[in-house]
Design a protein around this ligand. Structure first.
Ligand code: FAD
Length: 408
């Protein structure tokens, strides 16, 4: 390997294993796995080598009748979706930049979107994994069938490990059938207090939502109109359903009936193709802003509306996956300095810290210091993660400087 080499793009998994082995025995340079490169670049050193995995994109086996697929980890999410759609199947994880993002990147960051409430996370779909550790050793966990023997679950360990423990090279997924119909119901309310009350009511709903998102609007715009006393941009609850057409129709009607006593200001229902633009907006929210600062927070679902209230008061535009307590937020465009941004985020960080959550930046101007707010209770998990990292990567070659868990 030449000293000046800064990028390696393996064509096969064997090439990758050989390269990592040589690196571990000779130069011991740091390796940064890159899938589609859609996430912020993790802390790098000048001497590091980017290992670009997008050529590892083959389908190894697709026994569609078993509803599983084995693919190389560099496959793009959009390409994977196309292959599965041909068999009327899908992986129900909502990923922005799907044309670019890779399966390995989604697994390494444990990214999830609006359907997480009803469909779970990528962790629930990975049933087998092959990876290469920092010494170049290949290892596999799980298998190609849905029922697996119990044991130490390396599959789950690598989900969210952000490329710090091993380079994921191949994955077996279990799949779901494509939904016959999908629908989104929108309800606007005068206040986030009302939304909170509706979310509580939906805990005992007769319906089975796939999506429970809340969009909070900008504080300045959310100020009440002086004449009517009502906000021009009220918070919006978006509830998603999937299934057979009759089932979906029944769920929409039932939901609207359950929400009627809360007197929503407006309601709308969008079925099939009519719902597509709204699905896209929900999926791409985290990339759909001119703001230069985007964050992600996780906290108990019961505190989500409180968090959104604080966020909107600061002028933050936010999307909450309220059923899971995950919030993505964009700071106002006018915020351009790190001190300004950190001051705006501070009350949110305090809330998150006080209730056992976590907040970190997804996007920020280059050169800004990292911001990673976590409750004290995370310290023990971090210590475990660091101990594990030392065992699997004693020379700290894989994505050095990155915590062993992501922001989700
Ligand atoms: C605006 C925005 C910013 C984001 N920023 C972050 C962020 O800062 N941190 C975060 O965790 N998620 C972040 N995400 C989520 C991330 O973009 C998605 O999960 C995406 O699907 C990742 O896919 P990718 O192929 O582009 O991954 P990449 O951007 O290429 O990589 C993401 C991470 O996964 C690791 N990785 C990639 N492929 C592999 C592999 N095969 N084996 C082992 N490790 C691998 C990389 O080293 C890196 O740490 C962000 C999403 C958005 C919309």
């Amino acid at each position: 390997m030449p000293d000046s080499q800064s990028v390696f793009q393996p064509a096969t998994q064997d090439d990758l294993a050989q390269f990592v082995t040589e690196n571990a025995t000779n130069a011991r340079r740091c390796l940064l796995p890159i899938g589609g490169g859609t996430a912020c670049r993790d802390a790098a050193t000048d001497d590091a080598i980017e290992v670009r995995l997008d050529k590892l994109n083959r389908v190894i086996d697709y026994p569609a009748r078993d509803m599983t697929i084995t693919v190389e980890a560099g496959i793009r999410m959009a390409e994977l979706a196309k292959i599965l759609a041909a068999e009327n199947q899908r992986l129900p994880i909502d990923v922005p930049h799907a044309e670019q993002a890779t399966l390995g990147g989604v697994i390494a960051t444990n990214w999830s979107g609006s359907r997480r409430f009803g469909c779970g996370t990528i962790r629930d779909y990975v049933i087998g994994i092959s990876a290469i550790d920092a010494s170049g050793k290949r290892f596999s966990a799980g298998g190609r069938v849905v029922k697996n023997v119990a044991g130490y679950d390396l599959c789950k360990l690598l989900v969210g490990s952000r490329g710090t423990l091993a380079i994921i090279s191949q994955v077996t997924l279990k799949l779901r059938p494509m939904a016959e119909t999908s629908a989104l119901v929108t309800l606007t309310f005068d206040s986030l207090c009302q939304v909170d009350a509706v979310l509580n009511r939906l805990l005992t709903s007769a319906t089975r939502p796939m999506v429970l998102d809340v969009l909070g609007r900008m504080g300045t715009l959310a100020r009440p109109n002086e004449e009517t006393g009502r906000s021009a941009h009220p918070p919006q609850l978006i509830v998603g359903f999937e299934g057979a057409s009759r089932e979906t129709d029944w769920q929409i009607e039932t939901l609207l009936a359950e929400c009627r006593p809360f007197e929503p200001r407006t309601t709308g229902s969008f079925v099939g193709a009519a719902a597509e633009p709204l699905w896209s907006m929900l999926r791409d929210f985290s990339i759909g802003s001119k703001s230069s600062v985007t964050f992600k927070a996780s906290l108990p679902p019961s505190r989500t509306c409180e968090f959104l209230r604080l966020a909107t008061e600061t002028g933050i535009v936010a999307q909450a996956h309220a059923g899971n307590g995950i919030v993505n937020g964009h700071l106002p465009d006018r915020v351009s300095k790190a001190e300004q941004a950190f001051a705006a985020i501070k009350p949110l960080g305090d809330l998150v810290r006080s209730c056992g959550g976590h907040l970190s930046l997804l996007r920020a101007p280059s050169g800004w210091p990292a911001l990673d707010v976590a409750a004290d209770s995370w310290a023990e998990s971090l210590a475990w993660a660091q101990r594990l990292k030392r065992q699997l990567d004693p020379h700290n070659l894989l994505n050095p400087g990155v915590m062993a868990f992501g922001p989700a």
